[in-house]
Design a protein around this ligand. Structure first.
Ligand code: ZN
Length: 332
């Protein structure tokens, strides 16, 4: 891949400083050189490996969650559907109650994603045309179909094949440029930080927006307490998969460059910004058997530590200091 000489978000020049970031999802031991933007503070990987395929193996977290097995199985399907309807088309009270009862981290993540989508809005109700770019296994389009949304579409160039699910949701193995039709909501759930040119991706998304349509992008950001605390050990850099991790100013700048404007920003960070970064600092890969992500019981952290970090994340979200957020964009 060509060198990315300027900031992928604001197009500014790099600072002199270089950052050595180690691959810590699998613990391959490789290090990569990132650079900060002198203008907006975004951190990016200027020299992208030619083939990123090996860094997305079959157990990569976004592709190994088969939606029909995870959300569609008996006992789960009803809860997943009720919660999704509550957040997207109801008062959200059912989801709030379920959040207090269910402890599983994946469930909280599920509700958080749905809340971000609800903020972006479903302008045509269940007929809202939704496109999820970089959808992985298609978990979120499957969830939307469980909520009654008609035929939501996900695309992912790393999807093994095209697929139609039992509830009408679809995953297509393709790039954004090859998608036909227009959409009321185009979503990038932790995918824009994986593409070499986020401005080009947003511009393509804008081309596919129906009048009044919106773009939702959820991403990590270096404009938070976690990056300040952990620096190159901040797990959200995720070398080399994350090609750029934007600052908040960088997101404003990229929107402006392509003819979009930021409507709202909602921080949705959680405890991982601390425990995963602590693991990186201690040399424990996120996919290792002792990782909190893999096995909470084998984790080196106590439940009290995790709870304290979760509470800290809630405080940071309330003050726009979290390490990830959901941005809603519309045509400027
Ligand atoms: Zn920049």
């Amino acid at each position: 891949m060509p060198l990315q000489p300027t900031c992928p978000f604001c197009d500014g020049a790099r600072a002199e400083e270089t950052l050595r970031v180690t691959e810590m999802m699998y613990g391959t031991g490789e290090t990569f050189t990132y650079v900060p933007c002198a203008t907006c503070g975004t951190v990016w990987l200027p020299d992208v490996p030619d083939d990123l395929g090996p860094y997305y193996p079959g157990d990569y977290y976004s592709v190994d969650l088969d939606p029909e097995r995870v959300l569609g199985r008996p006992g789960v399907r009803q809860l997943a559907s009720t919660v999704a309807r509550s957040v997207l088309f109801g008062s959200g009270r059912v989801a709030a109650t379920a959040r207090r009862v269910v402890r599983m981290r994946q469930f909280h993540s599920y509700v958080t994603v749905l809340e971000g989508i609800a903020v972006a809005g479903m302008p045509r109700g269940r007929s809202t045309r939704v496109l999820d770019v970089g959808c992985g296994s298609g978990l979120m389009v499957y969830a939307l179909a469980l909520a009654g949304v008609r035929e939501p579409v996900g695309i992912d160039p790393f999807a093994p094949t095209d697929r139609v699910f039992d509830n009408g949701a679809r995953v297509l193995r393709r790039e954004l440029a090859d998608v036909e039709g227009t959409f009321d909501l185009v979503m990038f759930h932790h995918s824009l930080e994986h593409v070499p040119d986020p401005a080009a991706s947003l511009s393509l998304a804008l081309d596919k927006l129906a009048p009044g349509g919106r773009i939702l992008t959820r991403m990590p950001t270096v404009s938070g307490e976690a990056y300040e605390l952990y620096g190159t050990d901040y797990y959200g850099l995720d070398a080399p998969r994350h090609l750029a991790v934007p600052s908040r100013a960088g997101v404003e700048a990229v929107a402006d460059r392509v003819g979009l404007r930021v409507v709202s920003v909602r921080d949705d960070s959680f405890s991982a910004q601390f425990w995963a970064s602590e693991q990186v600092r201690r040399g424990v890969p996120l996919m290792s058997p002792h990782s909190h992500m893999v096995d909470e019981k084998a984790s080196v952290f106590s439940p009290a530590e995790i709870t304290a970090w979760a509470e800290r994340a809630t405080q940071l979200n309330a003050t726009s200091r979290g390490d990830q957020a959901a941005w809603v964009l519309e045509r400027a």
